[in-house]
Design a protein around this ligand. Structure first.
Ligand code: 5GP
Ligand code: MN
Length: 328
């Protein structure tokens, strides 16, 4: 892995910097991009977001969230550096880099990473890409709030970083949490963030219809493979009925995984060109390995894959076949 100082040097050398992340961005993708964007703007850098995706509603409280509006999908003219955050695979980048010949830096924490950058900073021990962004903004000169006398910028950067850490660790529950995770958060508190308000923005802000959708989906939950796998399914027409086509549905996964004896929860969601599966594992079963069989990836305990041109039942049987081998 390269040194974080190398990334700082490239940032300082660059005049115009574009930031992007994985498609269907989650709290870590958005948090790392907005944490870094706020820091770069504070340093006076001409910097902007490149994204086909629009900011999800539950992350719109973050500073500069409106910059993620889906309007800039390619690097702007004269961009000398593009930084891609939280994205292991080129084809999952929410930016079109076909006509871009400049430098790309890849900052990520996924085991499956194609190392597509000229600098690849991949730390698989980081609970979230936001942990790495914290180290980077510190390297860029942001430290405990009383050392730089601009508290507002610290709160804005810190809140974005905290958001990514909370979402990628399941609110500090997952085994990816380390001493460093807590040390970083302790320093973010020193930055002046309001952690309770962030939790509230993230989790106590659901549209009424979404809670009803969760109830609908959960009422059909199935246990298979000796009751070790919980399966949840969402058809496109259900999302249409609830008028929630673009909503994040990952909340139901933790409910399925919370069942006694369940080792893996599988959520299958019908999308335009196939079926998107999300997998979560409680203990030792490596769901990334299962997702990779069909071209997906992720982490040992949280992975995803999109199977194109299949029905929900085909997608389910494909994944259960592999899961059966993993579970024995
Ligand atoms: P989710 O199920 O929340 O979409 O994703 C869980 C984890 O798997 C995340 O780390 C996400 O980046 C990764 N992931 C989800 N879908 C895909 C995919 O299609 N390909 C790859 N490589 N990773 C994925
Ligand atoms: Mn992440």
């Amino acid at each position: 892995m390269c040194n974080i100082k190398d990334i700082k040097e490239e940032i300082l050398l660059s005049k115009r910097i574009g930031l992007s992340f994985h498609t269907s961005p989650d709290g870590d993708a958005i948090g790392s991009a907005l944490g870094l964007l706020n820091a770069l703007r504070y340093l006076g850098k001409d910097s902007y977001i490149i994204s086909r995706d629009v900011i999800p509603d539950n992350l719109s409280y973050l500073s500069l969230a409106n910059d993620i509006d889906g309007s800039t999908v390619e690097p702007k003219a004269n961009t000398d550096l593009v930084i891609i955050l939280d994205c292991g695979n080129v084809e999952r980048i929410s930016a079109d880099l076909t006509n871009y010949n400049g430098k790309v830096i890849n900052i990520d924490h996924h085991i499956s990473n194609d190392k597509y950058g000229f600098i690849n900073y991949i730390d698989v021990t980081a609970a979230a890409t936001c942990e790495i962004i914290y180290l980077l903004v510190k390297e860029l000169g942001f430290y405990l709030k009383n050392e730089i006398d601009n508290q507002k910028s610290h709160v804005e950067i810190g809140s974005a970083i905290y958001t990514g850490i909370v979402t990628d660790t399941g609110s500090f529950r997952h085994s990816n949490v380390t001493k460093r995770t807590h040390n970083i958060v302790a320093e973010l508190v020193e930055f002046g963030i309001n952690s309770s308000k962030i939790h509230s923005n993230l989790f106590d802000n659901k549209p009424f219809e979404k809670v009803k959708l969760m109830g609908h989906v959960l009422s059909d939950i199935k246990l298979v493979l000796n009751n070790k796998v919980a399966v949840l399914e969402i058809e496109k027409k259900t999302l249409e009925e609830f008028n929630l086509l673009n909503t994040d549905t990952s909340d139901v996964l933790s409910v399925g995984l919370g069942i006694k004896g369940v080792e893996v929860c599988l959520l299958l969601k019908e999308v335009d060109d196939g079926v998107k599966a999300s997998l979560r594992s409680k203990n030792d079963i490596d769901v990334r390995k299962v997702a990779e069989v069909y071209g997906g990836g992720g982490h040992i305990k949280a992975a995803g894959v999109k199977q194109k041109n299949v029905s929900i039942s085909e997608a389910r049987e494909n994944l259960l076949k592999i899961l059966a081998q993993e579970i024995n």
